[in-house]
Design a protein around this ligand. Structure first.
Ligand SMILES: C[S@@+](CC[C@H](N)C(=O)[O-])C[C@H]1O[C@@H](n2cnc3c(N)ncnc32)[C@H](O)[C@@H]1O
Length: 194
């Protein structure tokens, strides 16, 4: 599903809306990701950078946060945001739609929030993400449930069991996380086998 994300100001009002933390529970999401001091974590489809302060706080000054987006205007916005907010461990980069452009076995964890349904050829893409993860590394796909009133049109959403199948097709061990508390979203975890 392609979508025009070039109007940063418009999306900032949505993605960085003051009430988002109530349902997004970013601290819980970052905890599920296993982001910890010294880790290298990726935010794929990072948009306006909503998760960047939380990820930067979790990895600390010795970690790295790589913020990837296919929309150049979002990347420029995140670079300004990181500078303004003093997020020194954040590096924002533009990527091609079908390729995260990450080196093999280079990252500990990858966060993908409200973005998986925009990715083309998802099983192949999942295989690229598996390659980028270190053995034992994890990725999280966080997206709106089919039932909630929030999020993109229902026809654009992907059921969590389908996400599991797509990650498995890319060689990851995948499961729906049952014990999370997000009211409108599911969380699927993919792990690169050791
Ligand atoms: C709905 S926004 C989510 C932003 C952010 N993850 C959040 O939760 O606030 C989706 C973002 O994914 C980006 N995107 C879409 N397709 C992409 C792709 N194939 N690779 C990287 N980024 C992509 C868009 O430009 C947009 O910024």
């Amino acid at each position: 599903m392609t979508h025009d994300f070039s109007d940063v100001r418009r999306f900032e009002r949505i993605f960085d809306a003051p009430g988002r933390a109530r349902w997004q529970r970013p601290v819980e999401v970052v905890g599920l990701l296993g982001a910890a001091p010294g880790k290298t974590v990726v935010d794929l489809g990072a948009g306006t950078g909503y998760f960047l302060p939380y990820l930067a706080a979790a990895v600390g000054p010795t970690g790295r946060v790589i913020a990837l987006d296919s929309e150049a205007a979002m990347v420029a916005h995140m670079q300004r945001r990181a500078e303004r907010e003093g997020l020194r461990v954040v590096e924002a980069r533009a990527v091609a739609e079908g390729d995260p452009g990450l080196e093999a076995s280079s990252v500990d964890a990858i966060l993908i929030v409200d973005t998986w349904h925009h990715i083309p050829e998802r099983a192949q893409y999942a295989a690229r993400l598996r390659e980028a993860l270190r053995p034992g590394g994890v990725l999280l796909v966080v997206d709106f449930t089919l039932e909630t009133d929030q999020g993109p049109p229902v026809g654009a959403r992907i059921a969590p069991d389908v996400v599991v199948q797509e990650l498995q097709a890319g060689g990851l061990v995948a499961e729906i996380i049952a014990d999370e508390t997000l009211p409108d979203q599911y969380v699927v975890r993919g792990t690169r086998p050791r």
